[in-house]
Design a protein around this ligand. Structure first.
Ligand code: SF4
Length: 188
């Protein structure tokens, strides 16, 4: 007898993600960093806000668009696959700025307290954590709206982008700790 589970179609793995996925992934990422920085600046005002907000934006863009391609993407299957385009497009950046690494080293992204995975999560959570005390010290409706949008973007990333757009179709899911923690790919 064929069970209902076996009738379910396995999600297709993308060698080249559609443009819509790349736009959603990068749009949500850039919006998060810019809104996060803006919320910190508005929440704390001059000069602490300007300093903290600008440092946050510099760190988050560096972490995502320079550090990731240098340390993580060079070990990813998307770096090696011909004519490939991953969900962020960072495999193309990595090929330009980093030497090809080893797929065996890919899981290092989750090793150590300052590992790329933790820095990535920190760049998303930091503004949310920092804006809350600013609101308590001096309430602003605009900053509150920014905080709500940031929380929405974070939930959208974890409950829509990762499971329905990115990791579910990723060819690195068998070796990626993040995809495996969501139940995709084989456990290593
Ligand atoms: S799938 Fe992830 S690790 Fe691989 S190249 Fe793209 S961003 Fe980098």
């Amino acid at each position: 007898m064929i069970g209902i589970g076996s009738l379910k179609k396995k999600p297709e793995l993308h060698t080249r993600y559609p443009l819509s996925s790349i736009l959603i992934y990068n749009g949500a990422t850039v919006a998060h960093y810019v809104l996060g920085g803006t919320g910190i600046i508005l929440g704390y005002g001059p000069w602490i806000g300007y300093l903290l907000g600008s440092l946050y934006m510099m760190f988050s863009f560096w972490e995502m668009y320079v550090h990731m391609p240098l340390k993580v993407c060079c070990n990813c299957v998307y770096y090696k696959l011909g004519d490939s385009l991953c969900v962020s497009g960072l495999n193309l950046v990595s090929r330009k700025i980093a030497k090809e690494g080893s797929v065996k080293a890919f899981s290092n992204r989750a090793k150590g307290s300052l590992c790329p995975n933790n820095l990535y999560i920190a760049s998303l959570v930091f503004p949310i954590v920092v804006i809350v005390p600013a609101l308590i010290l001096s309430f602003s409706l605009l900053v509150l709206v920014i905080l709500i949008v940031l929380v929405g973007l974070l939930l959208f990333r974890f409950f829509v982008i990762f499971p329905k757009i990115a990791c579910v179709h990723c060819r690195a899911q068998n070796i990626c700790p993040q995809a495996q923690s969501m139940g995709f790919g084989k456990k290593t």
